[in-house]
Design a protein around this ligand. Structure first.
Ligand code: AMP
Ligand code: MG
Length: 472
């Protein structure tokens, strides 16, 4: 039996220097760790029962029939500095499939060097592959727009990071891999014809009603504001919000040194390279504005009156903080059971967050406990909580559906960093059972029946993960 993927590769049909065609580099002894059968079915993929066949196909050793592997080029601001030449340095887009839900890219990550590898080896090690699989699938279950994981394959080759580690290949599915940095690459080089090709393609795929670059910018601003505030409502820190990791689709992409917070701290950072806290939890709302300003700049060369465009785009960017505040208020109000937020709900939310911060309350558990009526146990300053609780209850008198609103906004389980680390350690030793157990446990995050002691346990002091390091 062979793996059948009904490819329809629109990106590969584009003219111009948007990508380089090349095959993945084979690995030795590929072994299937996980295959997402439900997602495969949604994508119209068939012939997927044999683990050996799947491992051969999705390691890149034998790409499925109809694949037209290519590496995409892009640029990007990394920690604020512009890198004019990035691109898929260790990824191959196999092609796309069209489903009733839309068009999706199928991409291998960790599949070998490309013309854009710079000094990298083109590979990924097992740890980040399993983290991305777990966290992206958990994000999807949590209702957040995200790339998905179709498969994880272990390779028999070691990759050298801090030490030799087992290699792996992730199969990633996304609404596209077009990034702010893709536009920046061609704008910086003044390749306006290709920039226009990219714009037309992106518009058709992600904003078919947009009548020009301004409308695409507006649509992307809306999507990214919604996305980043959704992250924040779940205590998620992306970790590397470089413009090359920021999509036009509005999906979360490129899970590297990311994490869900345990104890609430607005300045929390996990990436060991982010020493300034540029991408700290609360900073994400500022950085997304900055990233959208970079997209705006990259779209200016497409406008006939560039000067007028700069003025217009600037005002769109200046309006974005208000949009973010509105989205943030909607998200966090829902976490308190408030369906129709008012301005004065901002301080009510802020006071609870401040109590959580002062006492080191667990972010996820505290909001789940609000739903259950037991949040008092999660807050160190009980007297201050009682005072807050009384005002909150008074506010909820105007919210008849508070219980349902909270239940839908406050997950009970999230992928916790120390549990992911334990899964990775076991997998490095050849035991994938903890990976599968954690994956299954994260499938219904809002379901009270999915609640279990193991998953809600915040890390003990010696289990606390301080940094998800950058050696991905
Ligand atoms: P990331 O931090 O994963 O978003 O990657 C930033 C850039 O570095 C992208 O252009 C990647 O393709 C490239 N890159 C990251 N890791 C590797 C690697 N091991 N080999 C080649 N390129 C890489
Ligand atoms: Mg990236």
């Amino acid at each position: 039996m062979t793996l059948h993927i009904p490819f329809d590769n629109s990106f590969a049909r584009l003219d111009g220097p948007l990508f380089a065609r090349l095959d993945p580099t084979p690995v030795s002894n590929p072994g299937l760790i996980a295959f997402n059968h439900a997602l495969a079915e949604d994508l119209g993929i068939s012939g997927t029962d044999d683990a050996h066949t799947l491992a051969q196909a999705l390691s890149g050793n034998h790409p499925p029939e109809g694949a037209e592997p290519l590496a995409q080029v892009y640029a990007g601001h990394q920690f604020g500095g512009f890198s004019p030449q990035l691109g898929d340095g260790r990824a191959h887009l196999l092609g796309e499939v069209v489903t009733p839900q839309g068009r999706f890219d199928i991409q291998l990550k960790g599949s070998g060097p490309t013309p854009f590898s710079r000094r990298g080896d083109g590979r990924a090690w097992l740890g980040p592959v399993l983290r991305e699989y777990l966290v992206s699938e958990a994000m999807h279950a949590l209702g957040v727009p995200t790339s998905r994981a179709l498969a994880a394959v272990r390779s028999g080759d070691e990759v050298i990071r801090e030490r030799p580690l087992p290699g792996a290949v992730l199969t990633r599915v996304a609404s596209s891999h077009i990034r702010v940095g893709t536009f920046q690459y061609f704008a910086a080089r003044r390749e306006t014809d290709t920039l226009r090709t990219l714009f037309d393609y992106t518009r058709d795929r992600h904003a078919p009603n947009a009548d020009g670059p301004e409308a695409l910018l507006a649509a992307t601003i809306q999507k990214q504001a919604a996305l980043v505030t959704q992250w924040m409502g779940l205590g998620f820190i992306h970790g590397v919000m470089n413009t090359d990791n920021c999509t036009l689709s509005g999906e979360t992409i490129d899970y590297g040194p990311c994490a869900f917070m345990d104890a609430y701290d607005p300045r929390r950072v996990f990436s060991s390279i982010d020493r300034q806290g540029r991408y700290a939890f609360a900073a994400q709302a500022d950085i997304i504005v900055w990233n959208m300003a970079q997209l705006a700049s990259a779209l200016v060369p497409l406008m006939t009156d560039e000067e007028a465009a700069v003025t217009r785009f600037q005002s769109m960017i200046e309006e974005m903080p208000d949009l973010l505040r509105h989205e943030w208020l909607t998200r966090f109000a829902a976490k308190l059971g408030i369906d129709a937020p008012r301005d004065e709900d901002g301080p009510l939310i802020g006071e609870l967050l401040s109590l959580m911060h002062k006492g080191g309350s667990d972010f996820t558990n505290t909001f789940a406990a609000l739903t259950d009526g037991s949040a008092r146990d999660e807050i160190a300053d009980r007297a201050a909580y009682d005072d807050w609780h009384a005002r909150w209850q008074k506010r909820l008198e105007a919210e008849p559906d508070a219980q349902d609103v909270m239940a839908a906004a406050n997950p009970r389980v999230i992928p916790r960093n120390h549990q992911i680390e334990a899964v990775i350690a076991a997998a490095v030793d050849g035991d994938d059972a903890p990976f599968h157990r954690l994956h299954a446990a994260l499938a219904q995050p809002y379901d009270a029946r999915a609640d279990n002691h193991w998953l809600r346990a915040a890390p003990a002091p010696d289990e606390r993960v301080q940094a998800t390091f950058c050696g991905t």
